[in-house]
Write a protein that binds this ligand. Structure first.
Ligand code: HEC
Ligand code: HEC
Length: 298
C-alpha cells in the first residue's frame, strides 16, 4: 500500500467524470403506475409535499444547465435524482435545499465544501449553483423515488479484461490474493462492491455504515497544522472551516486551532487521494469489466 501523502485538494474533475460514467450505467426506469403518489413516512412532513415550501417552476434553460452540471459534479454522491444514497445525503429533503430559492443557501456548502465530512468543495460560480438549484427544485419532495428502482444486475462486463485492467491500474497498491482477497464475500452485492472500489468509504465518511463499505475499513483523513512558531500539530481531521480546524491528536485529545487566512498552514492528507484521481480515468467499459472481475474475488 502506501500512496503518497499529498495535500488533498479534492479532484473535482475526476469525481465529475466518474459521475458521468456512473450515471450512464443507471438507466432510469419509468415509475410504475400510481407511483407518483406521495408515500407515507418519508421523514419530516410524513410525505405531504404541500408541507414544504413550493418553488415556482424554474427557467427551462437554467434547469437544463443545472441538470448537466449536477450530473457531472454531484450525482456521483447525491444520486442522479438528488435523493442520495451514493455517499451523499438526500438533497431533496435537506433543510438547506428546502430553504433555498436560487442557490443562495446551497452555494456556501458547495463552494466551501464540508471536507471533513466527505463533501468536497467545488469551484463553481453563483450562476452555476443557481442553475443546479433550479434543477434540484424540479423534484417533488414526496415524489416517487426513481433512484431506488434499479436494474437487477450491473455485472455486464468482461472479467478477463477486468483482470488485465486491475493488473495495470490497481495492482501497485492492491493484490487480488492479498488485501482484496475475498472482497466479493465481504461485499456480496455487486453494486455496493462497485461503489466500494470506485470510492472506498463512499465519499462520505461513516455515512454508508452497513451499506457498501461496511466490511471495509478506510483510514481517516489526517491533518498537519504548522503554527507560526514552526510547531506542528497532527491528528485525525475532525472538522474544518474558514475559521477553525479541529483535530484529534494521537493521545485522543481534541484540539481546535483558529485559522486566519493561510495562518497557520493547514495540510490535509487524504489516504484516498489516489482513488479520487483515478476516478477521472475510468471509462464506462473499464468500470464494468473491473466490477465483473472483482465479483469473482471470493
Ligand atoms: C464526494 C461526494 C460528494 C459530492 C461529489 C458532492 N457532495 Fe454534497 N455532500 C456530500 C456529503 C457526504 C454531504 C454531507 C455532509 C455533512 O454531513 O454535513 C453533502 C452535503 C451537501 C449539502 C448539504 C445538505 C445538508 O443537509 O446540509 C448540499 C446542499 C450538497 N451536498 C450539495 C452538493 C452539490 C450541489 C454538489 C455538486 C456540485 C455536491 N453536493 C457534490 C458528498 C458529496
Ligand atoms: C495509489 C494506491 C492505490 C491505487 C492505484 C488503487 N487503490 Fe484502492 N485503495 C487505496 C487505499 C489507500 C485504500 C484505503 C483503504 C485500504 O487501505 O484498503 C484503498 C481502498 C480500496 C478498496 C477498499 C478495500 C478495503 O478493504 O478497504 C477497494 C475495493 C479498492 N481500493 C480497489 C481498488 C481498485 C479496483 C483499484 C484500481 C482501479 C484501486 N483500488 C487502485 C489505494 C489505491
Amino acid at each position: 500500500m502506501g500512496p503518497s501523502k499529498k495535500t488533498a485538494a479534492p479532484v473535482i474533475a475526476a469525481v465529475a467524470m466518474a459521475a458521468v460514467a456512473l450515471a450512464q450505467q443507471q438507466p432510469i426506469q419509468a415509475p410504475p403506475a400510481g407511483a407518483g403518489a406521495p408515500q407515507a413516512g418519508r421523514g419530516r412532513g410524513g410525505g405531504r409535499p404541500e408541507a414544504y415550501p413550493q418553488h415556482p417552476p424554474g427557467d427551462p434553460a437554467a434547469i437544463d444547465r443545472g441538470k448537466a452540471t449536477f450530473g457531472v459534479q454531484c450525482s456521483f454522491c447525491h444520486g442522479s435524482d438528488a435523493r442520495g444514497g451514493e455517499g451523499g445525503p438526500n438533497l431533496i429533503r435537506a433543510e438547506i435545499v428546502m430553504r433555498d430559492q436560487n442557490g443562495e443557501t446551497i452555494a456556501p456548502v458547495v463552494q466551501n465544501g464540508r471536507v471533513d465530512r466527505g463533501m468536497p468543495k467545488f469551484d463553481l460560480s453563483a450562476a452555476q449553483i443557481s442553475d443546479i438549484a433550479a434543477f434540484i427544485h424540479t423534484f417533488r419532495v414526496g415524489g416517487y423515488d426513481i433512484s431506488r428502482d434499479r436494474p437487477p444486475t450491473i455485472v455486464v462486463g468482461n472479467a478477463t479484461a477486468g483482470e488485465a485492467y486491475f493488473k495495470t491500474t490497481c495492482s501497485r497498491c492492491h493484490s487480488a490474493t492479498g488485501d482484496l482477497k475475498g472482497l466479493a464475500t465481504k461485499i456480496e452485492d455487486p453494486r455496493s462492491l462497485q461503489q466500494a472500489w470506485l470510492m472506498p468509504g463512499g465519499g462520505g465518511r461513516g455515512g454508508r455504515g452497513g451499506g457498501g463499505g461496511g466490511a471495509l475499513t478506510v483510514p481517516p483523513v489526517t491533518v498537519t497544522v504548522t503554527m507560526a512558531s514552526g510547531q506542528k500539530i497532527e491528528g485525525r481531521l475532525e472538522r474544518i472551516d474558514d475559521f477553525l480546524v479541529t483535530l484529534v491528536d494521537s493521545d485522543g485529545l481534541s484540539r481546535s486551532i483558529r485559522r486566519d487566512g493561510d495562518t497557520p498552514k493547514v495540510e490535509i492528507h487524504d489516504p484516498l487521494e489516489p482513488h479520487k484521481k483515478l476516478l477521472g480515468t475510468y471509462t464506462d467499459k473499464d468500470i464494468h469489466n473491473l466490477t465483473a472481475y472483482l465479483v469473482t474475488l471470493k
